[in-house]
Write a protein that binds this ligand. Structure first.
Ligand code: CO
Length: 158
């Protein structure tokens, strides 16, 4: 188990071989996900005060969340509310009762190549390391927030 001091929030992952290769990996920002305690109130805030285009709520039982999609010209915001007993965002909302940014999602062209390269650099891929089908019916993976400046990163195959 890797232990991190509190000054090592952005891990110094092995990057020498990567910079030599100079491969572009992450592409567009697919979405920013915000966990909220009250999805209806959050959707009303985005459609009302912020004047954004907001979808109807969509239950995603496989992911333990109900989602509202906010469409912006250059990306999406996903408002997430826990669904069911074992929601993966329940603990986050306990720590952040008013809500907060839960993860950011970057697109990659080849999710398996991205995973292998990240593992090689020492980054931790969450779960069993196999991509799961995400909210947009595309394969996704999550990276450990302690390896990326305290931010949970989702990678989605473009
Ligand atoms: Co996401």
């Amino acid at each position: 188990m890797l232990s991190l001091s509190k000054h090592e929030g952005c891990r110094n992952l092995q990057s020498a071989s990567i910079s030599e290769r100079r491969q572009v990996m992450i592409g567009k920002l697919n979405h920013v996900a915000i966990a909220v305690p009250d999805l209806k109130a959050a959707a009303a805030l985005y459609s009302g005060a912020l004047g954004a285009t907001v979808s109807a709520p969509v239950d995603q039982p496989a992911h333990g969340v109900t989602v509202v999609f906010v469409t912006l010209p250059n990306t999406k915001i996903e408002l997430l509310q826990p669904l069911g007993e074992a929601s993966p965002i329940a603990a986050f909302l306990e720590r952040n009762p008013a809500g907060g940014i839960h993860h950011v999602c970057y697109e990659v062209e080849d999710i398996l190549a991205a995973r292998d390269r990240l593992k090689e650099s020492g980054a931790r891929v969450l779960g069993d390391g196999e991509p799961k089908i995400g909210a947009h019916d595309k394969p996704v993976l999550f990276l450990h927030p302690k390896d990326f400046c305290g931010t949970l990163i989702e990678l989605e195959q473009a």
